[in-house]
Write a protein that binds this ligand. Structure first.
Ligand code: ADP
Ligand code: AMP
Length: 215
């Protein structure tokens, strides 16, 4: 299965991508996670990316395209993958199309999670992320068993710098202006599957499986 999980920031892409990755036994490739890892390690890439991420802007196309190209060549992607947070511009979508052509594989679907803007803001501003393993929680909708502690690895939970309300509004504007046009690109290729992402995590997952024709 080769999928893209698409939607505005906070739509639940990472949450659904993780569930799908577990179900199908294929890797979740989240460009945001890869970039945050580079920031944490303090690499040159991380230092550069941070200047964009903290302001809620997109990291330059050529940087993100290079990251994904390298990642898709790894052997664990041979049986499939789930792209989460990529592509975010039409230029990235075109680059992905070329990469997949070179690899001789095709996308199965682009799952678009449609979520109202006010719901997205509620989801992002109460999101908590594990500093250690990147697992994602929500203080109300999906709380950890123990306050501020990751269920999965015991690491500390924190609020991402870019999840504060001022930055969130800017990220949504960037989404509307630069990322939403990507939907037309995939609609034209017959790959787009629109899903009501306002439902609960479990209900959304069932809708996604239905749209993919699996149960
Ligand atoms: P994205 O990867 O699209 O930015 P996440 O998967 O990190 O979104 O989800 C954003 C926040 O909303 C997280 O705190 C997550 O726990 C919560 N969340 C995800 N899906 C749902 C849902 N269907 N209903 C309520 N909360 C959700
Ligand atoms: P995310 O974890 O998907 O919410 O991404 C967090 C931030 O990482 C974004 O606001 C961007 O600054 C950067 N980022 C992640 N994916 C991409 C991408 N495909 N293109 C450009 N920037 C990205």
């Amino acid at each position: 299965m080769r999928l893209i999980i698409f939607g505005p920031p906070g739509a639940g892409k990472g949450t659904q991508a993780q569930l799908l990755a577990n179900k199908f036994g294929i890797p979740q490739i989240a460009t945001g996670d890869i970039l945050r890892e580079a920031v944490k390690e303090g690499t040159d890439l991380g230092k550069m990316a941070k200047t964009y991420m903290d302001r809620g802007q997109l990291v330059p196309d050529e940087v993100v395209i290079g990251i994904v190209e390298e990642r898709l060549r790894r052997p664990d992607c041979a049986k499939g993958f789930i792209l989460d947070g990529f592509p975010r511009t039409v230029k990235q979508a075109e680059a992905l199309e070329n990469m997949l052509k070179k690899l001789g594989v095709k996308l199965d679907a682009v799952v678009n999670l449609e979520v109202d803007e006010e719901e997205v803001v509620k989801r992002i501003t109460l999101r908590r992320t594990c500093r250690n393993c990147g697992a994602v929680y929500h203080l109300v909708f999906n709380p950890p068993k123990k306050e501020d502690v990751c269920d999965r690895c015991g690491g500390p939970l924190y609020q991402r710098e870019d999840d504060r309300e001022e930055t969130v509004r800017n990220r949504l504007k960037v989404y509307r202006e630069q990322t939403e046009p990507v939907l037309k690109f995939y609609e034209a290729r017959g790959l787009l599957r629109n899903i009501n992402g306002n439902l609960s995590i479990d209900q959304v997952f069932q809708e996604v499986l239905k749209a993919l024709g699996v149960q």
